[in-house]
Design a protein around this ligand. Sequence first.
Ligand code: ZN
Length: 433
Amino acid sequence: MIWNREAECMARDEMEELQLKKLQEVVKRAYENVSYYKKAFEDADVFPEDIETLEDIEKLPFTSKTDLRDAYPFGMFAVSPDDIVEVHTTSGTTGKPTVSGYTQNDLELWSEVMARALSMAGGDRTDRIQNCYGYGLFTGGLGVHYGAQKIGATVIPISAGNTMRQVEIMQDFGSTILTCTPSYAMYLAEVLENQGVSADKINLKAGVFGAEMWTEEMRTEIEKRLNLSALNIYGLTEIIGPGVAQECSVKEGLHIFDDHFYPEIINPDTLKALPSGDKGELVLTTLTREGMPVIRFRTRDITALRYGQCKCGRTHVKMDRITGRSDDMLKIRGVIVFPSQIERALLKIEGMEPQYQIIVSRPQQLDELEVQVETSPALFSDEVKHVEEVKKNIEKHIHDEIGIRVNISLVEPQSLPRSEGKAVRVIDKRDLK
Ligand code: ZN
């Protein structure tokens, strides 16, 4: 179902006209109300009246995570703190968190884009949405919550954690839509299997999975094990939270709600804009946010944009599944490796549980990559009977994917840490300072 046909199926020329008008407004608002932007624009010698076309956005300076962090806590607000009705923050695992402030209208905007996202997953008032994203300062829980209420579904605000209770509620309440990280969905599937509950005994029809990177192979695995349609959601606290983009049932990319969030792709090294279809770093500008407008935010996420009408009827531009981050790609002996490539390789192996951890070290001047993989009885097939053969098979698949040799360690089933939020896939022990 299309929640807002007028916005979601708008002709491109109309959309561009709307985007330009909103862009001019937000640039003016940021310049006049946020001292950071006033200075940044003046330093770049660009002023609101210089924005005459959409391409003129390239004249504006970027906003980085550090800029937002330096404004901690409320320095980026464009309205009086009294007009802010809710705040959220990033996790702040690497220093002070970034604060995001919402006015009443911003919460309405957030509910609207999340209503569009949940509708893309087939959600409507008849659904029961089991929302296992964390509630609190993290945007995941409340973002989904607002959208679920907007479409009139029954929201089950169970939040993250307490897995035994999750699987019990899922069965007792007949949850139809599951919202969580993909790694947690895998974990829920594993717990259900251990309890002997088969996928056709649960009522889930769709899953809205995000907040971490995942692969097409992981999707296939989750869909098989939970008997649902698994869709990708994208968002970030700095922009609004979840609901920047969502995959439709066609499953060929995520529609960006580009009447509210204007996307660009840049080369992360030269910082120059790239043509549509080229892979690069996603940059986002909030077109309609009041509380905290953000101009040309460097997301660090690597993707490509695809314009044109989708088979689902929507005209919102689509972005490819995120394949990596410009700041967490690993450089191993000069070769660029994304953790998602390791995952893709592992999931190509019959009987493989996608439970792994990548450990990077530099014992003697040379980078070493170790991949710890959980064993399972299914890994030992008729052809492959011994530990060494299993290791060789995994090593070969990873080599085919990334082009370098890695060390494989097989670890006991269930021994790698399970995550209720974002999975920790990479442990980098190198001292690269
Ligand atoms: Zn579509």
